[in-house]
Design a protein around this ligand. Sequence first.
Ligand code: ADP
Ligand code: MG
Length: 258
Amino acid sequence: MCPGHVCNSAEHFDRYGEPVTTLQVHDVTHRYGQRGRTVTALDRVSLDVDAGELTAVLGPSGSGKSTLLSIAGGLLHPTEGTVTVAGTPLNELRRSQLQELRARQIGFVFQTHNLVPYLTVRENLEVIGVLLAGNRGPTTVRDRSLELLGELGLADRLGHLPAHLSAGESQRVAIARALLNEPYVLLVDEPTASLDTTLGAEVVKLLVDQAHDRGVAVVVVTHDHAMADLADRRVHLRDGRVIRSDPRPDPPDGGNER
Ligand code: ADP
Ligand code: MG
């Protein structure tokens, strides 16, 4: 179930050989301080995402969705509570270890796609890939970039600059880039905000496929209920609290449609 190249360690399985839940957000509260005034952005939120599962986080603007994503990805330390990625509690890591874990095990796609404007589509992936390659050489990075871009329907856009891409295309480049390091966890903030419904559904479908095929734990933040219907699970936030978490669908023999 785990991404192939990293799934060689006993830490991803419990003592019964069952996969450990890839992302565990446990009882997280987050408060922002603002000139003596505090805003409670998250209030005792818990969320578990298994490998191969896509969870949609839904909620109105200001309900804490982006804060939850930042905390799940170790970009922001929660005021209270813990986050565990593939068995590693983030709060027990030193700064450098956390950076390493983020680079290797977590992929982010932010609302603004943050592509480097003067690099082509292909170069946008390769630059990041070479930085993360470690003992996998640059040739592997190049092959893998081409493979991913092809898979995401961008084979004929390799030499384009970001300014010459449509919104849907740059969204897909950002997704390809986030998948390049074969992360355990992929965190995506409002992928559909800048897209129309058809394109948005395509992007979410693509993310569902990536989760299922590669065994990645994917969390997608959206305020679009139609998009969320494609998810394996839906978590509804309101004022920093989980007000509803739709149960996991039954396994395939129990009438699951996917
Ligand atoms: P969403 O992504 O659902 O729109 P956010 O996580 O961005 O929600 O914000 C949740 C709450 O926290 C909001 O009330 C927002 O104003 C507040 N907030 C977010 N970021 C900050 C910050 N850096 N400083 C202070 N308050 C913040
Ligand atoms: Mg947000």
